[in-house]
Design a protein around this ligand. Structure first.
Ligand SMILES: Nc1ncnc2c1ncn2[C@@H]1O[C@H](COP(=O)(O)OP(=O)(O)OP(=O)(O)O)[C@@H](O)[C@H]1O
Ligand SMILES: [Mg+2]
Length: 455
């Protein structure tokens, strides 16, 4: 059970808070002063500190400083009264996880505590796992410990030794190609080649001769016989990437190859037997493409013998820390200087955790590579992260410039405008994406864009 230390000099308030927190499955300790808190922290294992600012003797800010000296990773939430916004700002600058304005409702407090603790776990795991990413978290080179990744590992394990065709669906950057490789190298075909074709890389006629090859003289420019990728994949695995983009007439030919296990080269008359295992990947939902009439139903059924669906990274946040570790290891050598990178600072971990990762694991990999190179200290700091993550939708909004005496509606409107601007920037001005980030509908977003004159 996670333990929250409540620090407040008032008599009854801490006790009430402790009850509320206790009901949510945390255990709560109380301290009546900063010094008392310091003693408790020495004696007990605490996962989060919730402290008042105004206290006689050591105040909340001093306590915060003290805690950050002793255990920099400890999440601290600071409670401040309305009218002491400077204190809140100071607390944030000194490394508080967040501040909460009194009076607050209990749900808000519990949500903050829950989130802070899970981020703290990331940071802890980060250091615990640094030495060895155990096999529980990996399958070959695939890293991830979420239930959905475990499901994926069992599909791969079952599928690999068979000859069954596999369809891998998933957003860009989720690891489709990595899975294809993993299946091939865990199969009986692992000593034969794995041949990849990106179906979008060729114009229609070229794609045909890439896949099936051509005879000498089949068309102008065909000066010699060329084996197609199916033939090259003989005894091995053929990986057809972006299969959703294949034009209809090639879909027909593909279907025939899958049924007959033989190909005819372009311009040829005889058929050549080929022994291949097909893995296909797409970032489209092929079933929907079939419904729209853009993908042949019969081919879809041929491909979809086994299906692996790659979950987007935003749906499996628990994989973020293990992936970060994996990529830190991977890029460690690119780092200048000799100081070993020890991990990610809590503030940076929080930003990485909150970011929606539209580019999935590939984007995370790029971000970590960049940060490993840019960071100069022992840990990756927020300043080492790209601006779009540093100023993430989930990070603290910059409230500067909102007049102190602004009323509720004016303040809320200013915050709303900033969140919308930020979401638009983060989604490259794609409204559907921005609406998704904000958790509102597209028409709602549209109205607000007009209201605030955001282009
Ligand atoms: N679970 C994972 N563990 C470790 N590395 C991963 C994982 N998923 C993806 N990667 C890495 O992220 C990058 C992108 O993965 P990959 O190329 O397999 O994605 P993809 O789904 O094929 O993307 P696209 O649709 O854009 O082609 C690669 O460098 C890959 O090694
Ligand atoms: Mg790919």
């Amino acid at each position: 059970m996670k333990t929250v230390l409540i620090v407040d000099d008032e008599k009854n308030y801490p006790r009430i808070l402790a009850e509320v927190i206790g009901e949510e499955g945390f255990s709560a300790l109380t301290a009546s002063s900063g010094l008392d808190a310091v003693e408790t922290l020495k004696a007990k294992s605490v996962d989060l500190v919730l402290t008042d600012v105004m206290m006689p003797g050591m105040d909340g800010i001093e306590l915060l400083e003290q805690i950050k000296k002793e255990s920099p990773d400890m999440p601290v939430i600071v409670m401040t009264a309305h009218g002491s916004v400077e204190k809140a700002v100071e607390a944030m600058q000194k490394g508080a996880y967040t501040y909460i304005l009194k009076p607050f409702d209990n749900d808000t407090l519990i949500a903050h505590i829950g989130k802070a603790i899970s981020i703290h776990n990331i940071v802890k795991e980060n250091s615990i796992l640094r030495e060895a990413i155990t096999s529980r978290y990996t399958f070959g080179n695939i890293v991830g410990k979420s239930p959905s990744m475990h499901d994926l590992y069992s599909v791969i394990k079952k599928a690999a030794p068979t000859n069954a065709t596999i369809l891998i669906e998933g957003e860009s950057g989720t690891g489709k190609e990595l899975v294809a490789k993993s299946i091939h190298y865990n199969s009986l075909r692992k000593n034969a080649p794995l041949i990849s074709v990106n179906c979008t890389a060729f114009a229609e006629t070229l794609l045909e001769s890439e896949l099936f090859g051509h005879e000498k003289g089949a068309f102008t420019g065909a000066t010699s016989l060329k084996k197609g990728r199916f033939e090259l994949a003989h005894h091995g695995t053929l990986f057809l990437d972006e299969i959703g983009e294949i034009p209809m007439n090639i879909q027909v030919k593909l279907l025939r190859v899958l049924q007959e296990k033989s190909i005819e080269r372009v311009g040829g008359t005889t058929s050549v037997n080929v022994d291949f295992r097909l893995i296909a990947a797409t970032n489209r939902n092929l079933e929907q493409e079939v419904k729209k009439g853009k993908f042949r139903e019969d081919l879809y059924y041929r491909l979809n013998v086994l299906k692996a669906v790659m979950p987007p990274l935003r749906d499996r946040q628990e994989d973020i820390p293990v992936l970060i570790n994996h990529f830190i290891e991977k890029f460690a050598e690119e780092r200048h200087g000799n100081e070993k990178l020890q991990g990610v600072a809590p503030e940076a971990a929080r930003l990485l955790f909150d970011y929606p990762w539209p580019g999935n694991v590939r984007e995370l990999e790029n971000v970590i590579e960049r940060s490993v190179i840019l960071s100069s200290g022992p840990r990756i700091m927020p300043s080492d992260l790209p601006p779009k993550i540093r100023d993430g939708i989930g990070s603290q909004l910059d409230l500067n410039g909102i007049p102190e005496n602004a009323g509720l509606y004016e303040t809320l409107a200013a915050i709303e405008k900033r969140m919308i601007q930020r979401a638009m920037a983060m989604s490259d001005n794609v409204q559907t994406k921005a609406a998704e980030l904000l958790g509102i509908g597209k028409s709602g977003l549209n109205q607000k864009l007009k209201k605030y004159g955001i282009p």
